[in-house]
Design a protein around this ligand. Structure first.
Ligand code: ADP
Ligand code: MG
Length: 188
């Protein structure tokens, strides 16, 4: 139950759909937001970051920050794109200056962010990409952690509704007696 309360499962069938989903999510972010991009190599973390940036009006191409740990892009909000894959010690995270980045009025996206969970703030959205059946199929699970994201539960569900396999959660819990075919008021 607690899983369902904090996670939303979505599916995409192409890189463009993943980018569109990310752009839709970008519409509800605020300064100081943190998104962790989790998933294996090639799952689509960087593709997600590209769509997200596009949603915030970033025009510069967002590339995989393989040789630089952090890259900043100018958009409606500044976008800080980090890849911590190469970090082998948590101590190195201090060098990222994460607190400063989060305080900069922008949004921070961290690829492989789940690796540095112990040093992350208590509020973030985890975006986990996993491979689906077909080559271009991905499952993208959004997990809200902390009060700031919990408060945006409904907004989040609406933003990603086009890629949600199941009805927006909460809707089907409308109440007893409401079950059955919608609109039917006849006695049967
Ligand atoms: P990561 O950053 O997780 O290592 P990338 O975003 O660099 O992954 O690469 C993802 C690759 O998978 C790209 O070549 C992209 O075109 C391809 N791809 C195919 N289908 C999808 C999809 N549904 N979502 C995201 N990427 C996809
Ligand atoms: Mg990448």
């Amino acid at each position: 139950m607690s899983e369902n309360a904090t996670t939303l499962t979505t599916r995409t069938a192409s890189v463009d759909q993943t980018k569109a989903l990310a752009a839709a999510l970008a519409g509800l972010v605020r300064p100081g937001d943190l998104l962790l991009l989790a998933g294996d190599l090639g799952a689509g973390k960087t593709a997600f970051a590209q769509g997200f940036g596009a949603g915030l009006g970033v025009t510069e191409p967002i590339t995989s920050p393989t040789f630089t740990l952090a890259q900043e892009y100018a958009g409606r909000l500044p976008v800080h794109h980090l890849d911590v894959y190469r970090l082998d010690q948590l101590a190195e995270v201090a060098e990222l200056g994460l607190a400063e980045l989060l305080d900069d009025g922008g949004v921070v996206l961290i690829e492989w962010g789940d690796v540095i969970l112990p040093v992350l703030p208590a509020d973030y959205l985890e975006v986990r990409l996993t491979f689906g059946d077909g080559d271009d199929d991905r499952h993208i699970t959004l997990r809200r952690v902390g009060p700031s994201w919990s408060a945006r539960r409904r907004l989040l569900a609406e933003a990603v509704a086009p890629w949600t396999a199941e009805p927006v959660d909460g809707v089907d819990a409308a109440g007893p007696g409401g079950a059955g075919h919608a609109g039917g008021s006849g006695p049967c």
